[in-house]
Write a new protein. Structure first.
Length: 145
C-alpha cells in the first residue's frame, strides 16, 4: 500500500521542459508515448501536448527526447469540418485525432498534413501517426487566411 502511494506521488512530480515557447510544466501523466515514433522521427517516442494561449486553436507536440523538437498540431475538423478519413484497422486506436501543421514554408503559408493524422488514446496516452491510403487528402492542405 505504501509503495503504491509512493509510485502515485512519483508520477505527479512536476518537471519543467524548456522550450522556445517558454518553460512548460508537466508530470509523467502528461506524457504521450509514440511506440513507433513519428514518420521521420522514429527514434523520438515521448512527447507532451501543450496549448499556448497565444496560439489557440493550435497546440504543440513537444518532444522530451530530445527537448527542443516541437511540432504545431491541430484537430483537423476545426479547419476542415468534413475531414473523416478511412482508417483501416486503426479506427479503435485513438479517440483524439490531430494533424501536424507546417508554418511558413512559403511566404507565411500555413498547411495541414491531412495525409498522416495522429491518433491518440486519451486513456492510455498512447499515440500513433498513420499514413492514409486514401489519396484524396493532401500532404499539404493550405489554410486560407
Amino acid at each position: 500500500m505504501i509503495r503504491q502511494k509512493e509510485e502515485a506521488e512519483k508520477t505527479k512530480e512536476k518537471k519543467i521542459l524548456e522550450t522556445r515557447l517558454g518553460n512548460v510544466e508537466y508530470d509523467d501523466n502528461d506524457i504521450v508515448s509514440f511506440p513507433e515514433g513519428l514518420y521521420g522521427y522514429e527514434e523520438y517516442k515521448r512527447y507532451i501536448i501543450f496549448q499556448h494561449k497565444d496560439y489557440v486553436p493550435f497546440s504543440w507536440l513537444l518532444s522530451l527526447d530530445p527537448p527542443g523538437l516541437m511540432f504545431p498540431i491541430i484537430q483537423p475538423q476545426i479547419v476542415v469540418p468534413d475531414y473523416n478519413p478511412k482508417i483501416n484497422g486503426n479506427s479503435k486506436f485513438g479517440d483524439v485525432m490531430m494533424v501536424i501543421v507546417t508554418i511558413g514554408d512559403q511566404e507565411g503559408r500555413v498547411t495541414l498534413n491531412l495525409r498522416a493524422p495522429i491518433l491518440i488514446d486519451s486513456k492510455t496516452r498512447q499515440a500513433r501517426q498513420i499514413i492514409l491510403t486514401d489519396s484524396t487528402y493532401p500532404l499539404r492542405y493550405e489554410i486560407k487566411q
